[in-house]
Ligand binder design. Structure first.
Ligand SMILES: Cc1cc2nc3c(=O)[nH]c(=O)nc-3n(C[C@H](O)[C@H](O)[C@H](O)COP(=O)(O)O)c2cc1C
Length: 183
């Protein structure tokens, strides 16, 4: 049983997504005592951009397939995910391994894994809000994990750039929400 934990924020100790993803891992570990955690900091130790040659190295895919639970810290940069996290996704969406095309359409092959994503966004993107159409982080991550057969769970801290007070409240709320993951 392995928890695979990723962070991808460039903000180091001041990162909200790092604080929340760490709390998620704590909560998941409290459910599964003794579970091994493998940690990858995609900002400190980035994967290279995808190349054809990179497909020959399946180590990132193999690590993903070996995990039962994947916890991801995902900050919003320019309305979507960090390029560091995208480089990881480029290595796990592999035809014949995590999805395949059938006569009835695409089929996910990577189900039976739990994926929990800690989102941190400077603005507010709720349905009906002025910036809703620019939300390409949660929607993208939900889409790609659904595509490979996984329904991801999200914990979000939003409006972090609005004011220090909103930031503090939003992070506290998200940290509190991680408790429901252990319910
Ligand atoms: C380079 C950069 C781009 C950002 N772009 C957006 C954006 O498009 N929309 C948004 O709501 N917040 C944006 N933000 C704010 C971050 O989403 C916010 O600071 C969040 O806390 C980042 O997560 P972190 O604290 O884990 O680093 C941006 C921040 C940075 C540093």
């Amino acid at each position: 049983m392995t928890i695979l934990h990723f962070d991808s924020s460039i903000n180091g100790e001041n990162s909200a997504s790092r604080a929340i993803s760490a709390r998620v891992v704590e909560q998941v570990q409290s459910l599964n005592w003794g579970e091994q955690v493998v940690y990858r900091d995609l900002a400190a130790d980035p994967l290279a951009h995808l190349t054809l040659d990179a497909f020959a190295d399946t180590s990132v895919l193999d690590e993903f397939l070996a995990a039962d639970t994947i916890v991801i810290g995902a900050p919003m940069y320019n309305f979507t995910l960090s390029t560091q996290l995208k480089a990881w996704i480029d290595r796990i969406l592999i035809a014949g391994k995590t999805f395949r095309y059938t006569e009835n359409g695409p089929e996910g092959l990577a189900g039976e894994r739990r994926v929990i994503i800690a989102l941190a966004r400077g603005g507010i993107y709720d349905v009906g809000s002025p910036a809703a159409a620019l939300e390409h982080l949660e929607s993208y991550l939900r889409g790609i994990f659904n595509f490979i057969g996984i329904e991801p769970e999200f914990v979000a801290a939003d409006g972090l750039a609005i004011s220090p007070e909103v930031r503090e409240t939003a992070i506290a709320q998200a940290l509190g929400e991680t408790v429901r993951l252990a319910a």
